[in-house]
Design a protein around this ligand. Structure first.
Ligand SMILES: [Zn+2]
Ligand SMILES: [Zn+2]
Length: 264
C-alpha cells in the first residue's frame, strides 16, 4: 500500500515582494519540492492587484486575493473600495479578499480608517461570497465588534498570534485560524497552546513570506517551501502525522476558498 501523497498549501505569502518576485520560477519549484503545491498570493495595496493577477495567470498553482492592508488604509480612497473589490473579484484567480483587519500595534493608519476599510471588506465578503483574510494585532475587541456586524462573512485569522480567548471567539464565529512560523519560536509557548486547542478541521498553515522565517531559517527571507516546517511543527505539537495535517489543512483551504479549484 503506497502512502497518500503529502500536498500542502501556503495560504498566505507575498509573492510580489522583492525578496521573492525576481525568482518566482525557483521559489515555486522549491515549494513543490517540499510538497507545497499551492500558494495564495496576498494583496496589501490595490496598486499591486493587477501584478498579482498576472502572477496567478502565469502559474496554475497560484491563487490571489484583492484588498488593502490596515497599514495602507490611509493611502486609499475608501469611497471607491467596494467597487474596486467587486471589479477585481471578477478575475477567476482572485479567490479571497484582503488582507484586511486592524493593526493597533503599529497604528500606521488612523484607527477609524482601519475600521472603515475592514468593514468594507467584510461587506464585500457577504456580497461576493468570498472569504476575507484577516490581519489583527493588539485589536481584539474592535476586530470582534467589526466582524459581529457581518455575521455571514467568512474568512481566516491569518498568522495567528493572539490569545486562546481570541481563537475561541474566531472559531465560535465560524472563522478559520492560520498558523505561521511563529509557532516554531522559542517564546511562543502560549501560541502552541492555541495550536493544541484549535480543531484540525478549522486550521490552515502559511508562511507570510518573505516575513517570519521559521526556526531553523531565522534571519533569512521566508519562502513558501517552509510551509512544510510550519506543518511539521503543527504535527509535532498535536502528536499527529504530517500527512494528516497536510490532508486536513489542504481540504480546509479549498473549503474556505471555494472559488479556488485544485488542479492536482
Ligand atoms: Zn498580515
Ligand atoms: Zn501578509
Amino acid at each position: 500500500m503506497s502512502a497518500k501523497p503529502v500536498i500542502l498549501v501556503d495560504s498566505h505569502c507575498h509573492l510580489n515582494y522583492p525578496e521573492l518576485s525576481p525568482n518566482l520560477d525557483q521559489v515555486l519549484a522549491d515549494a513543490a519540492e517540499s510538497d507545497v503545491r499551492y500558494c495564495l498570493a496576498i494583496n496589501t495595496r490595490l496598486s499591486e492587484t493587477d501584478l498579482l493577477k498576472t502572477i496567478a495567470d502565469k502559474y496554475p498553482q497560484v491563487f490571489c486575493t484583492a484588498g488593502v492592508h490596515p497599514h495602507d488604509a490611509k493611502d486609499h480612497s475608501l469611497k471607491y473600495l467596494m467597487t474596486q473589490l467587486c471589479e477585481h473579484a471578477n478575475h477567476p484567480k482572485v479567490v479571497g479578499l484582503g488582507e484586511t483587519g486592524l493593526d493597533y500595534y503599529y497604528d500606521n493608519s488612523p484607527r477609524e480608517e482601519q475600521i472603515t476599510c475592514f468593514d468594507i471588506h467584510l461587506e464585500a465578503s457577504v456580497k461576493l461570497k468570498l472569504p476575507v483574510v484577516i490581519h489583527t494585532r493588539d485589536a481584539d475587541d474592535d476586530t470582534l465588534v467589526t466582524i459581529n456586524n457581518h455575521p455571514t462573512a467568512t474568512g481566516v485569522f491569518h498568522c495567528f498570534s493572539g490569545s486562546i480567548d481570541l481563537a475561541k471567539a474566531a472559531l465560535d464565529r465560524g472563522y478559520y485560524i492560520s498558523f505561521s512560523g511563529i509557532i516554531t519560536f522559542k517564546t511562543a509557548e502560549e501560541l502552541r497552546e492555541v495550536v493544541r486547542f484549535t480543531p484540525l478541521d478549522r486550521m490552515l498553515v502559511e508562511t507570510d513570506s518573505p516575513f517570519l522565517a521559521p526556526i531553523p531559517h531565522r534571519g533569512k527571507p521566508n519562502q513558501p517551501a517552509w510551509t512544510r516546517v510550519v506543518a511539521e511543527k503543527v504535527a509535532d505539537i498535536k502528536g499527529i502525522p504530517l500527512a494528516e495535517i497536510a490532508t486536513a489543512t489542504t481540504a480546509n483551504f479549498f473549503n474556505l476558498f471555494s472559488k479556488a479549484m485544485p488542479s492536482l
